[in-house]
Ligand binder design. Structure first.
Ligand code: F6R
Ligand code: MG
Ligand code: MG
Length: 372
């Protein structure tokens, strides 16, 4: 029997260089040093540091299963150590995502985001890890739908017998803390009713319907819902397995050629295009954006080694997507503080909006019904 490994991607923003645009190299070096130690101590099989904007992702393979206390504690302690360095260097918003004073078993609910999956490693295991900055977990809904349910994106759904049976989408309601699973293609209309509202309904896992093999996992933490106020955008991560009865690498990256509109950007309060970029261009700058996504491609070996990562979205074939994103950014920016560039009122609930409303409450007078 092939070996089962767990792939954990645990991420946090523990301080920005400069503002919220990147991570200082010395802070990244702290993460890299800690990951090296985790490999040599045998805690993990292999590990890499990923980055997008002001977020650092710890990418780890191990045999401890998902939600493992030792892996989560190691990640939490790594973010704490990085925060200490960030404070020394005067980094902006040092410790931003660490919403708890002490670790209590799992990073869930404490600020950092995590996507994890356990699977039997195939003889060659192509996996793409996507990291996004200046947006929320629902940003993955549209690309996941396209990868696993849309034959205009993924021709394998039509012509690969191993994918023809469709996929299962586990959707989480982040407000009510409930989950529901939809089978595609039969239930795509029901699925779309929910995932078309990505601020609330988020795809957590995708499984192949014929045998239950896990194909994708995302991080779903909403910082504002944990903290009850705006503390920075969630900046989600996603793991997608690929090839041999799952979408091909080219089908997995194809949805990012749209540069679809997501919520986030400046102050987490604006709609903007999710621009696919190379690792060298992962620095949200204009109006703290536009939101970015990078791809780290790995081919995991049967002994759990990640190998060298490839930059999956830097390719020239995404140049048009980048151009479209920049044009969309120009167009949306011209709306200034008006919707739909600015988020709708219910999504502004976790920004300073309620404070302004409260301050001005007494100035609002009744308008008599029937007056013109
Ligand atoms: C977006 C983000 C930034 C900040 C903005 C203001 O996720 O983190 O856009 O919201 O730079 O930051 P403060 O309030 O810290 O000055
Ligand atoms: Mg930040
Ligand atoms: Mg960020």
């Amino acid at each position: 029997m092939a070996r089962e490994i767990t792939l954990s991607v645990i991420k946090a923003d523990i301080g920005g260089w400069v503002g919220h645009s990147s991570v200082h190299p010395e802070v990244s070096a702290v993460a890299e040093g800690r990951l090296e130690e985790a490999i040599s101590s045998g805690l993990v099989l292999d590990a890499r540091r990923g980055r997008v904007g002001d977020d650092t992702a710890l990418i780890m393979t191990h045999e401890k299963g998902i939600d493992d206390e030792a892996i989560h504690e190691f990640s939490w302690d790594t973010f704490i150590t990085m925060t200490e360095k960030a404070r020394q260097l005067g980094q902006y918003g040092a410790g931003q995502d660490l919403l708890s004073d002490s670790f209590s078993g799992n990073v869930r609910g404490m600020g950092p985001g995590c996507a994890e999956m356990t699977f039997e490693v195939r003889p060659s295991e192509p996996v793409i890890i996507f990291l996004a900055d200046k947006t929320e977990p629902g940003a993955w809904n549209l690309p996941l739908y396209k990868m696993f349910a849309d034959p205009f994106n993924t021709i394998g759904l039509v012509i690969d017998p191993n994918m023809h049976g469709g996929f299962l989408f586990e959707v989480h309601d982040l407000m009510e803390h409930k989950k529901v699973t939809f089978k595609t293609p039969e239930e795509i209309y029901d699925l779309l009713v929910f995932i078309g509202a990505p601020a609330r309904y988020v795809i957590k896992y995708v499984y192949r319907a014929s045998d239950g093999v896990v194909a994708a996992a995302t991080s779903t933490q909403r910082l504002s819902l944990i903290a009850g106020r705006y503390v920075g955008k969630d900046d989600p991560v996603m793991i997608v397995r690929s090839q041999s009865g799952l979408p091909a690498v080219g089908e997995v990256v194809e949805p990012f050629s749209l540069a679809h509109t997501v919520a986030g950007w400046m102050r987490g309060s604006h709609h903007g295009p999710l621009m696919p970029v190379s690792w060298d261009n992962d620095t949200p700058t204009r109006f703290d954006g536009p939101p970015r996504v990078v791809g780290y491609g790995f081919q995991i070996t049967t002994d759990g080694k990640l190998g060298e990562p490839r930059d999956m979205l830097g390719d020239v074939s995404f140049d048009n997507a980048r151009r479209r994103a920049l044009q969309a950014a120009d167009y949306l920016r011209m709306h200034g503080p008006f919707e739909p560039h600015r988020l709708s009122l219910d999504e502004m609930e976790y920004t300073t909006m309620p404070q302004v409303q409260e301050r001005l409450a007494e100035r609002f007078e009744d308008v008599p019904e029937g007056s013109c």
